[in-house]
Design a binder for this molecule. Structure first.
Ligand code: SAM
Length: 302
């Protein structure tokens, strides 16, 4: 750990400072970025893809990485069976991309967080999804790379699936880390604080209009028909969760990076908010699903 702690943050900081001096004033026009067409999902490993991006070229990022949860052998629950009284889609992911050794997962996390740290402007935000399986590792890597955590948000899923074994509590939340690349002595990240106080959501019993937003968000995990009608992803996030992140930390015209695009939910949310986006996804089936979803989505005020 010693050499990492000593060299990585310094190297990343020096690179960011060099790029800061040379950076253009505005986000590039939607013609492209380092050969990547904007407003598209690219079929590529995100670490390789991000390495091609210029430093400080991204306004904000939402990362929904593998949680490294695909363990434990066969699962007997039949996903096709509907449980009366429980909303939302529930699936246990069993995929190769989600099964790494602990050391491998740590190295993978260092690799993609380092790239995010380099490419996201200090005026922007990083939003990173997790559960107790991976959130501790991501938290540790953020601290190791001196990426300041702004808040830890609990996404409370009141309609979560019941615990079938009867040996644990019912898992009803996920963790979201909100961070920025500016550093503790250089806080420039955009936060729509006044707007956040005015926000209210019919489904969120914890957010009172006119009051500060808390770090517990009560957002049911069911998705609208328009979100799943063209196909589903086993860990698909509801667009209204991602929209809240964009409302808090982004502006129309910003460029969002989605390194783990999945079914493209982050990018659909960005399009609705009038933002540009760039996504990476390694599974061609999901790249195709993203494309179809994005073809059918428009800015909210269009
Ligand atoms: C947790 S899911 C994201 C789900 C997404 N938030 C949604 O709403 O559909 C993670 C996705 O990352 C993809 N993935 C895994 N490793 C990757 C990598 N190194 N680069 C890019 N995509 C990757 C997986 O194929 C999977 O679709």
């Amino acid at each position: 750990m010693g050499p990492l702690k000593k060299t990585l943050p310094k190297a990343a900081e020096a690179e960011a400072a060099r790029a800061e001096a040379a950076r253009p004033e505005k986000t590039p026009a939607p013609g492209g970025l380092s050969g990547f067409a904007l407003d598209q999902i690219h079929h590529m490993d995100c670490v390789t893809g991000m390495a091609r991006l210029p430093s400080l070229s991204i306004d904000l990022a939402i990362a929904d990485p593998p949680y490294n949860l695909s363990k434990g052998g066969a699962w007997i629950w039949d996903n096709a069976t509907a449980l009366p009284g429980f909303g939302g889609e529930w699936r246990k992911v069993m995929a190769k991309w989600d099964d790494m050794t602990l050391a491998g997962y740590f190295e993978f996390t260092v690799a993609w967080v380092s790239q995010l740290r380099r490419v996201v402007k200090p005026t922007g935000s990083l939003w990173i999804h997790g559960t107790y399986h991976n959130a501790g590792i991501i938290n540790f890597v953020l601290q190791l790379l001196e990426v300041e955590i702004i808040n830890e948000i609990i996404w409370y899923k009141r309609n979560s699936f019941p615990n079938l074994s009867g040996r644990r509590l019912t898992a009803s939340h996920e963790t979201i880390l909100w961070a920025h690349t500016g550093g503790a002595r250089n806080r420039k990240y955009h936060f729509a604080y006044e707007d956040s106080k005015g926000m209210s959501f019919p489904e969120d019993s914890l957010k009172e209009p006119g009051k500060q937003m808390r770090t517990v968000w009560d957002i049911p995990n069911n998705k609208k028909r328009e979100e799943t009608g063209l196909g589903k992803h086993p860990t698909q996030k509801p667009v209204r969760l991602l929209s809240r992140m964009l409302d808090l930390s982004g502006k129309p015209g910003d460029l969002l990076l989605a390194p783990f695009a999945g079914s493209g939910s982050d990018c659909v949310a960005a399009r609705k908010k009038g933002m540009h986006f760039l996504g990476f996804e390694t599974d061609p089936v999901y790249v195709d699903l993203c494309k179809k979803r994005l073809e059918g989505s428009e800015p909210e005020d269009a």
